[in-house]
Every structure is written in structure tokens, then in C-alpha cells.
Design a protein around this ligand. Structure first.
Ligand code: AKB
Length: 314
């Protein structure tokens, strides 16, 4: 049975991963940690304040709760990282070092650490970016994620730490709002649509990015963590993919339910970040190694987002 500690539990992915973990047969305890209180209720899960840059406190919690696995989700996302270089480096890389050192020293079973499609830069293949495309990111966030991937591979190779990772695309869910990412518009747009308000997008109409519905992202994460270690050929981070769309295309999908929905465009500094990333991702290595498969395309996601957001309003 596993005792799992989740960092960044109050973020966009945290509550969703915790819910997924609680549904697993071999999980006896999940401990949620963050520097801020969770925005959604994390029923029956202990919550502890943890600044992930504090290695001593992290060690203490891991020892006290007899933790066997860590899902280290705390991070600054791309837009915020660009404005806070030092904090991004300390938080995104420094805290990963603490987790990897603790995993090695306390012999933890497994660690999960999220990477991102942001590891790719302008010289990667734009469409269907392969697993091993050149990774020369031009963003602060991308640099931290690429560095982190290399540290994960090093700790696995050198110390046998079983750390696993996914390069998430933009994640879209209805339970929590994202914060500080370049793909956040694709969540915000649904909130405007259900309130019958126009949406002003900070990216251009035809800016395509890889995206994924939250339930697919949770499934991918739990499936990767359950996969037999000897099936995993990638110890940096796996490409995974579900859909790719532009702001104009998501607006069209929303208009199938709200025909009068209006979108305007006011691109800002985040356009440059988006321009440096792939349009779409090739993920056949993940599909071959651990049978990864997605369920939601753009229209299926739009229907589910609208249904749940409207339900939450009444
Ligand atoms: C961001 O926009 O920063 C993130 C990501 C793609 O990793 N959603």
C-alpha cells in the first residue's frame, strides 16, 4: 500500500490528481501540501502547509507520514516564470533537487514530476514534434523544465530513483482555474461563454497549441505511475498528445452551444511564448511503452466543460 505526498495540491492539477489517487486500490493515504489553502475541498485528505523550497520541512513530512511516493506538482508556469526568473529557477529546479535527494536518501518507491511541451523551442519540428526533437527552449519555464528532465534521468541512471515524468500540453478542466500559463486562455474562455460574455484572447486567432482535457491528463499520469518500470524507455519525460487547436477553433466549438459567442484578440507578451512552442506533438513512444490513449477531442471536451461549468453555477 502506498502513502503519497502531493506538492502543489492547491494548483490546477493538484486536486484532480488527488481525486484520481484516492480511487486507486493500492493507495492508503494521500497528503496534500501547498503554500496556499486548496480552492476546492479535498475531502478526507490531510492538508499540510509546505514551501517546497524548504527541504527540512519536506523531509519531516515525508518521514512523519511514512510517505512512499511523491507527486511533485508545485511549479511556476510559463507566463509567471518569464516575469520571475530567480523564483522560477529556485522553485522549479531547486525544489526538484530536494525531492530527488530525499527520494534517494529515504529510498522512496516512486516520484512523479511534471514537465511540459515548453521544453521544445523554435528549432523543434512544429507539427507532430517527435519525442527526441531538439530541445532548445527560449523561455524561462522551458529552460527549467528541460533542466529538470535531465536531473530526473540522472538520478534514475545514477542512483536508481524511480522518477517518472510527462510533458503536459495545455491542460483544461472545470474544477479549478489555472494560473500563470500561456495556455490558460483555453480555460478562461469557457467561463466567459457560459456567462454569455465576450472573451478577449491574449493569443492570436490562429495560434495552434497542443492541449488536453484534464481527465485524460490524470489518466495519463496514473497510468504512467502504474506501468512496469522495465517497459519505460524514456527517463527524461514522455511526450503525450490529445488535440491541438487555435483560439478561433475553440471559439467555433463553443458556438455549437452558444451561437452568439464573441471572441476578440489582443495578443500580448504570451504570444511570443506560444510562438516558440510546437503546434502539435507526436506521442507514439508513450502509446507503445505504456499504452497511453486519450479519450477527449475538442468538441467532446467543449460539451463536457460547458455541462459541468453550468451545473456548478446552479
Ligand atoms: C503553460 O502554459 O505554462 C503550461 C504548460 C504548457 O506547461 N500550461
Amino acid at each position: 500500500m502506498q502513502n503519497i505526498l502531493v506538492t502543489g495540491a492547491s494548483g490546477q492539477l493538484g486536486a484532480e490528481i488527488i481525486e484520481g489517487l484516492l480511487g486507486m486500490g493500492d493507495v492508503s493515504l494521500v497528503v496534500a501540501t501547498d503554500i496556499k489553502e486548496p480552492s476546492v475541498s479535498l475531502e478526507a485528505v490531510p492538508f499540510e502547509f509546505l514551501d517546497v523550497m524548504d527541504a527540512d520541512r519536506m523531509t519531516e513530512l515525508i518521514k512523519n507520514y511514512k510517505i512512499t511516493q511523491v507527486y511533485h506538482l508545485a511549479a511556476l508556469l510559463s507566463a509567471t516564470a518569464e516575469k520571475n526568473i530567480d523564483l522560477a529557477r529556485k522553485l522549479n529546479i531547486g525544489s526538484l533537487h530536494h525531492v530527488l535527494n530525499i527520494a534517494r536518501d529515504l529510498n522512496l518507491d516512486k516520484v512523479f514530476w511534471p514537465s511540459s511541451i515548453a521544453v521544445f523551442g523554435p528549432d523543434a519540428k512544429k507539427d507532430g514534434t517527435p519525442q527526441n526533437s531538439p530541445c532548445n527552449p527560449t523561455t524561462v519555464y522551458g529552460i527549467t523544465k528541460l533542466t529538470g528532465e535531465q536531473w530526473c534521468a540522472y538520478y534514475h541512471r545514477t542512483f536508481g530513483v524511480d522518477v517518472r515524468s510527462i510533458r503536459y500540453p495545455g491542460l483544461i478542466g472545470y474544477k479549478t482555474l489555472p494560473g500563470g500559463g500561456t495556455t490558460d486562455y483555453a480555460v478562461d474562455i469557457y467561463h466567459k461563454a457560459i456567462n454569455h460574455e465576450p472573451f478577449t484572447c491574449f493569443l492570436e486567432a490562429d495560434s495552434h497549441l497542443p492541449m488536453m482535457y484534464m481527465s485524460d491528463a490524470v489518466k495519463a499520469t496514473l497510468d504512467l505511475m502504474q506501468a512496469p518500470a522495465d517497459k519505460l524507455t524514456v527517463r527524461t519525460s514522455y511526450n503525450i498528445s490529445a488535440m491541438s487547436f487555435s483560439p478561433a477553433e475553440i471559439a467555433d466549438s463553443i458556438r455549437k452551444t452558444y451561437p452568439d459567442f464573441e471572441i476578440n484578440y489582443a495578443p500580448d507578451y504570451r504570444q511570443k511564448i506560444a510562438d516558440s512552442w510546437p503546434n502539435s506533438i507526436d506521442d507514439h513512444t508513450a502509446r507503445n511503452d505504456w499504452d497511453w490513449n486519450h479519450s477527449y477531442d475538442l468538441d467532446a471536451m467543449t460539451q463536457d466543460m460547458i455541462l459541468n461549468l453550468v451545473k456548478g453555477k446552479v
